[in-house]
Write a protein that binds this ligand. Structure first.
Ligand SMILES: *Cc1c(COP(=O)(O)O)cnc(C)c1O
Length: 377
């Protein structure tokens, strides 16, 4: 059997172990230290816009803290893009708040500004303005931020950008994660850079970053003994993990370029295949990191479904995966409100994520092309 080709696997650059070794040599084996500070600085320099970054244990923890810092309370409503990974929505429920899910639009697969405004109006009519809204840059594709930021301003609702999949992506030249009141990043094992596990909260001010770090380290008051006036969390990033992050920052741009090259490969491969659309930027305003390359398959034209293609690839030991199943279709969220039509649902039915790692080799790409073409013909 051939080696397994993964959807997206960790890709080390080579200097990660140097930073980890430094942590051992200086005994900073703790959830603080020079690598944590260094990784934060690296991220701040990278995303610019004078953002401040707090490194955390996971992207999910970052969303949780963003919601707490937004002041979301029991029974309040938070709007969330339906088409996403469950980690975007789960932290809403940690606070006893209620997610309201919103459909996607077809250009970017991200939250539809029209349905978004409907959802806000719907909540206001019930006498409950949503406290915050979570917008996702799915698969590294920037959402329509001009329209979304305008809506957030118009209704004075806190904007949280889930940029877990979008580090290195930009909209009109500005980095994803820096448009909202908060942005969140993830360094999980399959993301564009990985620290094995980890995340970050992007804040507008240093004061907000310090508040996030305070909550992430058990909310200790300033006293010689352990004193607490607020509920805290154990969400800070380890200095070992941050060392991997510092090494990964040195290859981030390279990883973005390689993932974009994969997208180009799929666009060429499917160029003459009717009924298969490779997901790509709608206009030059959008610069995707193409974290995952995805296709939409119209089975009536192709004669095969996305599941046929997935199984064909699986037979050849190549991993592919359906798009995220929308949250409003998930059993766990079945009682939540939903605004929209069937765009996200249709994408889920027809869409497939293809191997997209920055570590794919030419040989891997040949194997993928061969496997796909067996079905396409
Ligand atoms: C990965 C991911 C997260 C969660 O990040 P973790 O670091 O795994 O907790 C959140 N949202 C989206 C869209 C993701 O892809």
């Amino acid at each position: 059997m051939n080696n397994k080709i993964w959807l997206s696997s960790p890709h080390m650059g080579g200097t990660e172990q140097k930073y980890v070794q430094e942590a051992f040599d200086t005994n900073w084996v703790a959830p603080l230290g020079p690598n944590v500070n260094g990784f934060e600085k690296d991220l701040e320099n990278y995303i610019k816009e004078e953002s401040k970054v707090a490194c955390l244990a996971s992207g999910t923890a970052a969303i949780h803290l963003a919601l707490i810092l937004s002041g979301v309370k029991l029974n309040e409503e938070v709007i969330c893009q339906s088409m996403t990974f469950s980690a975007s929505a789960n932290p809403i429920t940690y606070l006893g708040a209620k997610p309201i899910f919103v459909d996607s639009e077809l250009d970017t697969w991200n939250i539809c500004p029209i349905h978004l405004e409907d959802a806000i109006k719907g909540s206001i009519e019930k006498g409950k303005k949503p406290k915050a809204m979570i917008v996702v840059h799915l698969y590294g594709m920037p959402a329509k931020m001009d329209a979304i930021v305008a809506i957030a301003k118009k209704y004075e609702i806190i904007l949280i950008e889930d940029a877990a999949e979008a580090l290195g992506a930009t909209y009109r030249g500005k980095n994803c994660g820096t448009f909202g009141d908060f942005g969140i990043l993830s360094f999980n094992g399959n993301k564009i850079i990985t620290t094995s596990g980890g995340g970050a909260l992007v804040c507008k001010t240093d004061a907000m970053k310090q508040k996030a770090i305070f909550l992430a380290t058990q909310a200790r008051d300033n006293a010689p003994h352990y004193q607490h006036s607020e509920i805290g969390y154990n969400y800070r990033m380890s200095n070992i993990v941050a060392g991997i992050g510092r090494g990964q920052m040195e290859v981030l741009d390279q990883h973005v370029a390689l993932r974009r090259k994969n997208n180009q490969f799929y666009r060429n491969l499917f160029k003459d295949v009717k009924g298969v659309t490779v997901f790509a930027e709608p206009t030059a305003d959008f610069y995707s990191n193409h974290w995952l390359s995805c296709v939409v398959i119209d089975a009536e034209i192709t004669g095969f479904t996305r599941e046929d293609l997935r199984l064909q690839l699986e037979k050849e030991n190549i991993e592919a995966r359906p798009l995220w199943k929308p949250m409003h279709l998930q059993p766990v969220f079945k009682n939540c409100e939903y605004y929209g039509a069937k765009e996200a649902e249709t994408l889920f039915e027809k869409g497939l994520c293809l191997p997209s790692g920055s570590n794919l080799t030419d040989e891997d790409r040949s194997r993928i092309a061969e496997a796909i073409m067996k079905l396409v013909k």
